[in-house]
Ligand binder design. Structure first.
Ligand SMILES: [Zn+2]
Length: 195
């Protein structure tokens, strides 16, 4: 092999390398764009869940709200009505799952994303797993009953039949703020009554 050929081969390698790098950078840019789009969509629907949580707050219930989305459309909404309905089952997620199932005419909710302002409890995480929901997006984590990874992971557990993708901390400060101000008001109410 003479030196001219060697040079050509080296140049060829360099060009191939540059092409690979360019392709890799393009792919990374596309992935980043998709991540950004997903985040914007998640925040948009978390706002919808927050609106539901505020409805619970108006009833003096713990402000937790939920929406279920399929193909970019909300198909089920729910908010916590545990005291109003005098029912353990009246959590935001359970109410939204019931409505979504009615909307699609099936108990299977595959292809759906569930947005909830507070990490699901064991009951709701179980219902999410049973309903085969694809994605779970929550706002604030719950160190008292969180079953999407904080205390247990029921929604994405390899031992169970269905696993959902989990995203936590979307609009975290707004979701936490709702709960904090609710409990703050509750404490103020109690201390006023004591006086
Ligand atoms: Zn629950």
């Amino acid at each position: 092999m003479d030196s001219e050929q060697k040079l050509t081969q080296a140049q060829y390698k360099e060009i191939a390398y540059q092409k690979r790098m360019k392709k890799r950078a393009q792919q990374e840019a596309e992935r980043e764009k998709e991540r950004q789009r997903q985040l914007e969509e998640d925040e948009h629907f978390m706002h919808e869940a927050i609106l539901q949580a505020k409805k619970a707050g108006h009833l003096l219930e713990v402000p937790i709200g939920c929406v279920i989305v399929k193909d970019g459309v909300v198909i089920g909404r729910g908010y916590n009505r545990r005291n109003t309905d005098k029912s353990t089952l009246s959590h935001a997620e359970i109410r939204a799952i019931r409505k979504a199932a009615k909307a699609v005419g099936d108990w299977r909710l595959d292809g759906c994303t569930l947005y909830v302002t507070l990490e699901p409890c064991p009951m709701c995480a179980g219902a999410i797993e049973q309903a085969r929901i694809d994605r779970v997006v929550y706002g604030a984590p719950s160190d008292k009953s969180g079953c999407a990874g904080t205390l247990l992971n029921v929604v994405d557990n390899p031992k169970l039949m269905h696993r959902s993708e989990v995203v936590g901390g979307v609009l975290l400060s707004e979701c936490e703020g709702l709960l904090k101000s609710y409990f703050q008001r509750l404490r103020e109410g109690r201390s006023e009554r004591k006086q």
